[in-house]
Design a protein around this ligand. Sequence first.
Ligand code: ACM
Length: 291
Amino acid sequence: RYDGFYTQEQIKEVVAYAKKLHIDVIPEIEMPGHAQAALAAYPEYACTKGPFEVWKQWGVSENIFCPKEETFKFLEDVMDEVIPLFPYEYVHIGGDEAPKKVWKESKFVQDLIKEKGLKDELEMQSYFITRMEKYINSKGKQIIGWDEILEGGLAPNATVMSWTGIEGGIHCAKTQHKAIMTPTGTNYFDYYQGNPETEPIAIGGDLRLDKVYGYNPIPKELNAEQAKYIWGTQANLWTEYVLDFPHVQHMIFPRMMALSEVAWGTSTPSEYKNFENRVLDHFKVLEQKGI
Ligand code: ACM
């Protein structure tokens, strides 16, 4: 099933509710990839002729935004609507998983690469992101993007969410860019947290509580000065295999408790048993809260 949208009033309600819980909600508007739903509605922003369908499966679509003037105008319009709704410093612009096949085969894109003096499609992506960054900066906000915004050159003020590993975060810290560490192996809460035979079906992977608790988001390759650019850590819960809200809670807890201690700097992996006992005690609280 695919459908649904938030009205501006509903978004305001979400932001206000989260604020009461001391949570800042940061929107992510994907570009240039993960855009097939947008292209189903606005095929004119693709490099190839539509029509496109909203995908009924998940994965990585080859149909990405085309770097035309009209596309930038459209995305700026989207930003004009989104930015006032989220009264925080950051807007996430995605950047991940954008296959370059369509750009390679597009005469328009190839001509644009030449006209702008770019080397290839990766530098084209960097041009795309940097251009959007400039617009978003002009509205008083900073951008966050996934690892892939490093390919072809990082936009000047960007913060990177490092998910494919830790190398992106290391590169950022060494070049004085902020990074948020969220590598798949330790921070993807859509992975199994227990025996797949007794857990609800998940996307794969194996991420037990002790592995989350043992994660150190500051790579050992960094010195103290560089480590200051490691802005924090986060868990990702993608919901391809997650059916409803109780299932969301099942995936988040108790691993979020472990990552919280990691983020606070209070985790002590050598004393995992102690942590585990505290988690067991805390199950009473979760139960009381209906989690
Ligand atoms: C991601 O998991 N594509 C950021």
